[in-house]
Design a binder for this molecule. Structure first.
Ligand code: NDP
Length: 327
């Protein structure tokens, strides 16, 4: 359960466990609902935005005392809806609980079990993977041989951006917060000072910056952009939970003008018409062995609060997932 609105970086103690009230494991007749067993839950940075009492965002805040919600992969176990039958696997918006009664099918997709791991439907082939795909192709408008920089490059979104950029024929450098992450991905770690003092990895500058972290990293990148470069602002996780007055001021924004750089924020949800094409293309690339995807798998529902909080201290290595049950 979400305990109550928070300030600052999320902590494990911002959520609490409660034993269910013995709800019957069935979909009530005439309800049109279906009951799912949750298998995998996704921890995503945007959920931090739902932990504050702010109603002006693209998604409403969590209700204190209610079950945390997020993307998941679940198995239908009972159904009063003709479109779903027991045994169906769905990728959906669900509760952080063992079983959830679902009525809303808005963000739901049926998953055909194949040789792609089920949990990838909340990562590589789910919202984060789609964010990478839409952001890279639609917002960055990449060209072959361009120089691409990705921050949080080992994360759920960043790891796919880097691989798509390489497959596109770009020169790619990513940053990550620890040696372990850098080793996992074979990416380079460039320090802020290297960026600030005409950087080692981009002697001719950056054409495309896929922005995931904001703050000092954005400032450092701004002065190293090339003429007509593009910055896709996907997120600024370093600023999560920092009040407006304490947010890091960006000093180098004026660089956008002489370099004619285009900087664009985006939401993956604006591009959902591309989702079927994304699943087809990225699913095929995975099956052909052209891309890989690393998950940080946490086991048991009780591991979920800590797994979520870990996103904001960089403890996750790869896509942060909670396995509630395997089947
Ligand atoms: P990640 O798997 O990348 O996990 C978050 C990572 O952010 C951490 O592992 C850490 O990586 C980095 N990080 C955390 N705190 C800080 C900090 N204070 N300073 C610098 N880096 C920090 O998350 P996702 O891939 O799921 O999300 C990446 C970004 O994409 C986020 O900003 C998220 O909000 C955004 N997003 C945007 C969407 C959209 O539609 N626009 C949709 C989905 C995600 P490291 O240790 O390497 O620094």
């Amino acid at each position: 359960l979400f305990k109550g609105y928070i300030e600052g970086v999320p902590k494990e103690s911002d959520m609490e466990f409660k034993l269910g009230n013995g709800m019957k494991l069935e979909a009530p007749k005439g309800s049109g609902a279906f009951l799912v067993k949750n298998l995998y839950l996704s921890c995503d940075p945007y959920m931090r935005g739902r932990m504050r009492d702010f109603h002006g965002s693209y998604i409403p805040p969590f209700v204190p005392g209610s079950v945390v919600e997020g993307f998941g992969v679940s198995k239908v176990i009972d159904s009063d809806n003709p479109n779903f039958k027991p045994g169906d696997i769905v990728s959906c918006f669900t509760g952080w609980e063992e079983y959830t009664l679902l009525r809303n099918t808005e963000q739901l997709r049926k998953v055909q079990p194949d040789d792609i791991p089920l949990s990838y439907h909340i990562g590589l082939l789910g919202m984060p993977g789609f964010t990478a795909y839409a952001g890279f192709y639609e917002v960055c408008a990449p060209k072959r041989d361009e120089r691409v920089f990705v921050s949080a490059a080992s994360g759920a979104v960043g790891q796919l951006v880097g691989q798509l950029a390489k497959l596109h024929g770009c020169y790619v450098v990513g940053s990550a917060g620890s040696k372990q992450k850098v080793c996992c991905f074979g990416i380079l770690k460039a320090s802020f000072s290297q960026f600030m003092h005409n950087i080692k990895y981009f002697p001719e500058g950056i054409d495309i910056y896929f922005e995931n972290v904001g703050g000092a990293m954005l400032d450092a990148v701004l002065v190293n952009m090339r003429v007509h470069g593009r910055i896709a602002v996907c997120g600024m996780v370093s600023q999560a939970g920092i009040g407006a007055s304490d947010q890091q001021g960006i000093r180098n924004l004026f660089s956008l003008v002489p370099k004619r750089v285009k900087m664009q924020g985006f939401l993956q949800s604006d591009y959902l018409y591309l989702f079927p094409r994304f699943v087809e293309q990225v699913g095929s690339l995975y099956k052909e062995g052209k891309i890989t995807y690393l998950e940080d798998m946490n086991h048991g529902l009780e591991s979920a609060p800590a797994a979520f909080a870990a996103l904001f201290t960089g403890k996750n290595v790869g896509k942060q997932v909670v396995c509630v049950a395997r089947t």
